[in-house]
Structure formats: structure tokens, C-alpha cells
Design a protein. Sequence first.
Length: 278
Amino acid sequence: MRFTALIPTHNNGPVVGRAIRSVLRQTERDLELFVVGDGAPEETLAVVRNLADSDPRVRLFAYEKGERHGEALRHQALEEATGEFVCYLADDDFWFPDHLRVMGRMLQSADFANTRFARVYPNWRICGYVGTFDDMDLRRRLLETKTSFFGLSFGAHRMDAYRRLPEGWAPAPQGIWTDLHMLRKWLSAPGMRFATSPLVTGLNFPAETWRDNPKQQQQAEQNIWYELFKDPAMVKAIRRNIPSDDTHLPLHRVIAAANHTRRGTPGFTGAIRRLFSR
């Protein structure tokens, strides 16, 4: 299996490196990573170039600012993709190391797939988003209302299926979320096969819940989350303990569960010290 991972970015230099590193840490090694700069400033481009210099799988597309959120630039980059499967990642989210492996298994028999994820809130709480393409009522609501149950970072598709769509990535109409506009094209295309994994494969930091926090504080807290979840025990703990509904789970419960199974690893212990010394 060969993957194309695509990260769109505009002006998120301080955190885009974290997203890129989570792609490069995947257990599936046969991949190319396209970072699509939508009028990104030099600060952001420099972060990407630095990582590209150390790993030839990283490729920067430094475009001028595109219409709306630069959706058409994603399509333009994908015309050069060599992956069988395409996975997307927002520049302020990150994947767990087995994300591509989970996606690849589903895309062997599906055209479009998604995984579950944990949404992170500034009060050190996590919520596990719930939804599945097996729910036909949910599919109807996705087509008819402004709703969604997963974001850009946790959707993927076969490249050959993308080429069969009447239209790929293109600017969304005003008032419609970019990702929902693209998802509706998949749902409206005849014969497409869908799959959902209940496994949590990464963390999402929704902008609307973080925007009231100072930028520097956001970055510091989110970096702690990244450091914590480098430890496999934390990944196992969140998967075992996250509620099956949208109930919030305090981070300290995940830490306690992980600490019960694995104690004293340097990265894990150091990240916890930084967390509680704030």
C-alpha cells in the first residue's frame, strides 16, 4: 500500500511541524506527504522546508493564496499524487502512529473511509466523536443540513475513486464548510463504498474551542498533548476509556489508566511533569 498524505496550511507555522512529524512517525512507511501552502507566509514555509530537507517524503507546494480556503489547490497537488490511498490532516491536528494502517485496511474494500477521533478542549478534557456511514439517517443529514461527524484529519479515500468523481476539491459555496462540501460529492456519487472504524486514531483541536486562549498558550498546551501521546500507553488508554457517547473524559483519567500499565518512561514522565508544573 502506498499513501499520499496531504496537509493544507495557510498561516500556522508554529504547529504545522507537529502535524508533519505525526505523519512521518506512521508505521506505514511507504508514503509521500504533500504540504499545500495556501498563500502561506515565509515563517510557515520555512518550517516545512526544514522538515523536507531531512526527509525526502515531504514535498512543499507553495502556492499563492487561492480562492476561499484554497480548495482547488488541493486538487492541483493531487494531480501529482502517486499514492493508492489519500489521507488528509489539518495543520493543527495529529495522528497516532497506526492511523494510515487502519485507513489502509478499510480502503482495501471501500472508496471512502473515516476513523473516530478525540476532540481536545482547553480545560484538559477529551470528547470522542461518534458516527458511522452505516447510519443512513446520518448520511441524509450530511446531505441536507449543516452537520458533520468527522473533520478533514480523519477522512481518506482511494485515488482511483477520487478520479471518478464529477468534480474534486473546489471552492465551497459561502455558508458551507469546505470539508462538508467535498464529502457531499462523495455521498452523491453513485456506487461509492463507505467504511468507518470505531478506533480513535488521533487528536483534533477545533479552532472554535481554542480561539479565546492566547496563541502562545494554545501552542504550549497542544504541544503537551502531543508529547503525552507519543507514549503508546496513552494511546491504548484513550482507546480503552473514551466514552461511547459524547461525554467528556478528563485527561487525568487517561493518564492514570496509562500509568497503571506502563510507568516511568522518560517521555511520558517528562511530559506529565511539564503538564502539572504549569
